[in-house]
Design a protein around this ligand. Sequence first.
Ligand code: ADP
Ligand code: MG
Length: 251
Amino acid sequence: MPARVYAVANQKGGVGKTTTAVNVGACLAEAGERVLLIDLDPQANATSGLGMRANGASTHDLLDGTPLAALAKPTPFPNLDVVMAKNDLATAAVELSTREGGERYLADALGGSLDAYSFVFLDCPPSFGTLTVNALAAASRALVPVQAEYYALEGLSQLLGTINLVKARLNRELAVAGILLTMADGRTRLAAQVEAELRKHFGDLVFTQTVPRSVRLAEAPSHGLPAIAYDRRSAGAEAYWKVAMELVERS
Ligand SMILES: Nc1ncnc2c1ncn2[C@@H]1O[C@H](COP(=O)(O)OP(=O)(O)O)[C@@H](O)[C@H]1O
Ligand SMILES: [Mg+2]
């Protein structure tokens, strides 16, 4: 079966894209799937969140034509490989946006070279820029984390519109895998209201499983660990296990 490629995307920052990409990826890897995480954010949070640091080659080189096999590095976690990002990715993105067909570089770079993997996660930066468009053009599914806050729905329609545009213009195969509610603080009325609104507007597109606000999830990256490696019993780690299983069922 060809690799399933998920673009973890939302133009807002701090909504849980990186946390979702790292933790869902780590859970599937632990379940025995071959997983690749590609860090597409110049801030390189997914890279550092796995305890890694790009010294040499990085995502920039992938967009410049270096074969994936030379760039995908094993992480300390079995079955989980990563293409690391460095901050030079920001300049690469600007340069890419000036090139003819610049939206399709990642899709071309990945085409035919994902045989070693069953799941690929593209951790997008917080914008609709070239890197996110490249990710959506290369993905088969968009995975959309939204933070349980008052403005959560604002911007979501815009994001779904962008996904449809990319589908029409660049990638017929693209679909939304699901909208995942993150940082949901079960005790607050606000979180419950946001969840109800989300389900009312988007129905089955919303993951049944939500991710609670969890200090352990926020701490784990500073130790360079996915939550299941940092504190397996934490509510956050357990939630991401269920998200990973639901993702498999949804695809
Ligand atoms: N469920 C959660 N509970 C508590 N903190 C979280 C949770 N999800 C993410 N965080 C923290 O919130 C911040 C933003 O999350 P992150 O995944 O980096 O968002 P994005 O990639 O969308 O910018 C990070 O510091 C992260 O550790
Ligand atoms: Mg991020």
